[in-house]
Design a protein around this ligand. Structure first.
Ligand SMILES: [Zn+2]
Ligand SMILES: [Zn+2]
Length: 317
């Protein structure tokens, strides 16, 4: 079942991502972006969360006409990547922005990461400890029955420092950004024709004054978002909520828009929604930004976008 809201197609139901398998036939190289999980903090099942979805952070990137090969975060939305891949194994890299549960707990349930021929490289911010053992602190008995090394023979774990990289045919810039409770990276990803910035969990260094009165911009955020086609950014709180909850390490749409204006990002995608934000409340939030200084989209599980020489929604199905 699908419904059109504005110019975007919203897929309803558990096969949201499965309905959007990579297409073929494009004459131009482009980057396809699959929003497999868009919620922050914890999954949100229930009737009040059907349209925007309840899976936690996970975005999959594909070169046009190819299977997704680069994944940003492995929240519960990672299970939606199974549908995108059909019966194929995942062969690629998962970049974990930071190790909070909502960015890692999809990994043990990622069926495509167990299929014959799988190759899964998991990379996370370096923080002075072996990457696999760091992950195993939360993913091992008694917290969880399966350790990272038991996920499959083709899984590898490693740590990243800030810097420029090449993963799966994409150029990636990793920079540390302000968040709470563990080293956190934002990423800038490009295939040479289009670029996105991904700052899933990111907060102002201090409230006000800053642009729009919601805190000063962080230089790393500006660098990551410089001239990108699409800025995917933390919008966990409303601007009214932010003063009370800023200590939780998240941001608001106005901050994301201010960052886009400063950095030259051409479009903002509001992401990492509060688990308290129902469909109705997200509709209300999105309505605030139908007219804004930059184009603003509110992410939902199953949204696909394409960047390259232009940004456009996929045609409705
Ligand atoms: Zn998070
Ligand atoms: Zn976090």
């Amino acid at each position: 079942m699908a419904a059109i809201v504005g110019k975007w197609c919203i897929e309803l139901g558990p096969s949201a991502c499965a309905a959007r398998r990579p297409s073929s036939g494009s004459p131009e190289p482009r980057v396809q972006i699959f929003f497999c999980g868009t919620r922050g903090s914890m999954p949100t099942p229930g009737a009040a969360f059907v349209r925007y979805g309840g899976h936690t952070s996970c975005v999959a990137l594909a070169h046009d006409e190819a299977r997704p090969s680069l994944v940003l975060d492995a929240g519960s939305g990672l299970v939606n990547l199974d549908g995108l891949l059909g019966a194929e194994p995942f062969r690629g890299t998962i970049l974990i922005g930071h190790l909070h549960w909502d960015h890692t707990h999809g990994m043990p349930f990622f069926a495509a990461g167990t299929r014959p021929g799988h190759r899964v490289r998991v990379l996370m911010p370096a923080q002075g400890e072996d990457a696999e053992r760091l992950l195993a602190r939360a993913m091992s008995p008694p917290h969880f029955p399966v350790e990272p090394t038991a996920l499959g023979n083709g899984w590898r774990f490693g740590a990243l420092d800030e810097g420029d990289y090449e993963f799966e045919g994409f150029t990636v810039l990793a920079r540390e950004i302000p968040h709470k409770g563990g080293r956190t990276f934002g990423f800038r990803v490009s295939d040479g024709t289009g670029a996105i910035a991904y700052l899933s969990d990111h907060h102002p260094l201090a409230l006000g004054p800053g642009p729009l009165g919601v805190g000063e911009l962080h230089p790393a955020g500006v660098t990551l978002a410089r001239d990108v086609d699409l800025l995917i950014h933390d919008a966990q709180y409303t601007v009214e909520e932010l003063p009370e909850f800023a200590h939780m390490g998240h941001s608001c749409p106005e901050y994301a828009i201010a960052l886009a204006l400063e950095s030259g990002a051409r479009q903002v995608c509001l992401y990492h929604h509060s688990p308290r934000r129902t469909d109705v409340l997200l509709d209300e939030l999105a309505a605030r930004f139908t007219v804004a200084a930059v184009s603003v989209t509110t992410a939902f599980d199953g949204l696909t976008m394409t960047v390259g020489r232009r940004v456009e929604p996929e045609p409705a199905t």
